[in-house]
Design a protein around this ligand. Structure first.
Ligand code: ADP
Length: 542
């Protein structure tokens, strides 16, 4: 007899040994163990875990009183304020789905999302009142509009009939919530940026959110009581699942409306921030911040960076500031982080620059993922692990989206062949680590040769006068495409086109060096710090 049968016979899942995974369980546990510990800091406001737990229950009951129930969508256009954190618990407590919206989007995109997600409630902030009003006038749905009144923000106007506090007054303290019966149940809805058409609605489930939160805790070494600074927008992939991760470790959420260097350094110093997440562009702002914006600190600080490739020069400069770097890679479709550049022991003996080169690679699977490959996108045949053959990155795992809302064709395409197609091109090294070279739509093909824009940018960042650099394809009658660089220089620094090109020639093959260099005051960026390369390409094509 097979022993498997003996292990399976009579040993079935039941309420005692099996339940749906959900990150919502973290909240009650933390409130029980640490009711008096500070859960939230926002300007002068302090709230404990006991208070935060109670507020989430009250918010859930108030939303229920307004008719929100299982499968309903609650949209939020909010900065990193305590209410945004509370919504991450209260909305899914009702079996409803939280749709956090990008605060930089235009009214037309917001209206599209409200309609596509069929929002029943819309939380907004005075800062965005004009776009909120316009979006509401354009969309077909008529959500209940709730204004979050943030005392740290001056100006703006109310948009809706109800304020957050008025809504809370309609709630009850004795509310009890039901965990989802099925961990596959949707928890949140996040829209992609939609630069190539209408945004796609990425649906997350409770299980993925739970596992990615735990994976973050381990990947970042988040300790009990971590002080976590909200530099990353909470609307972006639900803050990479950190609202749930930080709650699980009974940490402190230090809120921040705008990721500027001065308040970041101040929060690190005043609140003894131990961890934060930030796109490379934010790190760059910190590195180049004037002396008067910096504050000394003598405790260990770790930043997880990702969302775009961090140049090795940026990684090395952060380490010089005394901040440890963990490099993560991911997409909206993977709940944020899906790869981590796990630090290998022998790297500790390398020079700062060599170490930065290693850490600049995107790495290997995070713990919530199960498989990855760099492969030919047509045949799904893995490329050799030679560090040079280009292929597309494919991943599988527990924190890959359920799929796109009301978009079966898009979902099928994204999962064709049983892999999630990332749309990113990279190379695979012998040690199993991946290095992303470009998004497939950004790579430059010049005279038949591939040029990785990230590689050229990384060399540009090593020039002492360069603050920001983005490389895009420009049209060329002979080569088809040529690399063109857009550069913002550091304050008080000068460099000519010749300086830049000759610097590139020292580190790059001739065909990869920018053929045109444009100096600009600032590069166009998305709210998550990615350069809007399509905007730069359009400038070259006119
Ligand atoms: P958007 O399409 O709006 O930028 P995402 O936030 O989902 O939305 O962006 C995911 C993309 O960001 C990835 O496909 C990849 O191109 C890029 N990216 C994310 N993290 C990294 C990283 N560590 N290194 C290089 N590129 C990254």
């Amino acid at each position: 007899m097979s022993s498997t049968l003996a292990f399976d016979a009579d040993l079935t899942p039941n309420a005692a040994n099996f339940s749906a995974l959900t990150p919502l369980t973290f909240l009650a546990r933390t409130a029980l163990a640490h009711p008096y510990r500070t859960a939230v800091i926002h300007g002068p406001l302090r709230r404990t875990w006991g208070e935060t737990h109670q507020r989430c229950l009250r918010l859930a009951s108030a939303l229920r009183a307004m008719g929100v129930g299982p499968g309903d969508t609650v949209a939020a256009l909010l900065p990193n304020v305590p209410e945004m954190l509370e919504l991450h618990f209260a909305v899914p407590m009702l079996g409803a789905v939280l749709n956090t919206q990008n605060t930089r989007l235009d009214a037309a995109s917001m209206a599209f999302m409200l309609d596509h997600g069929q929002a029943k409630v819309f939380f907004t902030d005075a800062e965005f009142h004009e776009r909120s009003r316009e979006a509401l006038s354009r969309c077909s749905v008529s959500p209940l509009v709730v204004d979050v009144e943030d005392p740290t923000f001056e100006g703006g106007e109310r948009v809706g009939e109800l304020t957050f506090d008025e809504l809370m007054a309609r709630g009850r303290d004795d509310f009890t919530w039901q965990a989802p019966a099925d961990e596959w149940q949707a928890i949140t809805l996040n829209y992609t940026s939609g630069t190539t058409g209408d945004p796609k609605g990425v649906v997350y489930h409770h299980r993925g959110a739970y596992l990615n939160a735990l994976s973050n805790i381990i990947g970042l070494g988040l300790p009990q009581g971590a002080a976590y600074l909200w530099t990353l927008p909470m609307f972006h992939c639900n803050g990479w699942c950190f609202p749930w991760a930080v709650t699980a470790v009974a940490g402190t959420h230090v809120c921040l409306r705008q990721p500027h260097p001065e308040p970041i350094f101040r929060a690190i110093s005043e609140h003894k921030v131990t961890h934060f997440c930030a796109a490379p562009v934010v790190l760059n702002m910190m590195i180049n911040a004037p002396e008067e914006q910096r504050r000394p600190f003598d405790h260990t600080v770790t930043v997880a960076t990702g969302g775009a490739a961090p140049p090795a020069a940026t990684i090395a400069a952060m380490e010089k500031l005394g901040i440890n770097i963990v490099h993560l890679y991911g997409l909206t479709e993977t709940y944020g982080p899906s790869l981590v550049c796990e630090f290998q022991d022998p790297w500790a003996d390398l020079s700062l620059e060599e170490k930065a080169d290693k850490v600049a690679r995107q790495g290997i699977l995070s713990l919530s993922m199960t498989d990855m490959m760099v492969a030919n996108p047509d045949t799904l045949t893995p490329v050799p692990r030679d560090g040079s053959t280009l292929g597309e990155l494919f991943v599988r795992g527990h924190s890959v989206m359920k799929g796109y809302l009301n978009n079966p064709q898009g979902t099928e395409k994204a999962f064709a062949g049983g892999w999630f197609h990332t749309g990113d091109l990279g190379v695979w090294y012998e040690d199993g680590y991946v290095e992303i070279k470009d998004r497939s739509k950004d790579i430059i093909i010049s005279g038949g040769e591939n040029i990785s824009t990230l590689e050229v940018e990384s060399v540009l960042y090593a020039h002492p006068a360069v603050l920001e650099a983005a490389v895009v394809a420009g049209p060329d009658p002979h080569w088809g495409e040529i690399p063109c660089a857009f550069i913002a220089l550091k304050a008080g620094q000068a460099a000519s086109e010749e300086d830049i090109v000759s610097h590139c020639r020292e580190g790059l093959a001739g065909f990869k060096c920018p053929k045109k260099v444009f100096f600009v005051d600032e590069l166009p960026k998305t709210s998550t710090g990615k350069f809007q390369k399509h905007v730069l390409r359009e400038q070259l094509n006119v």
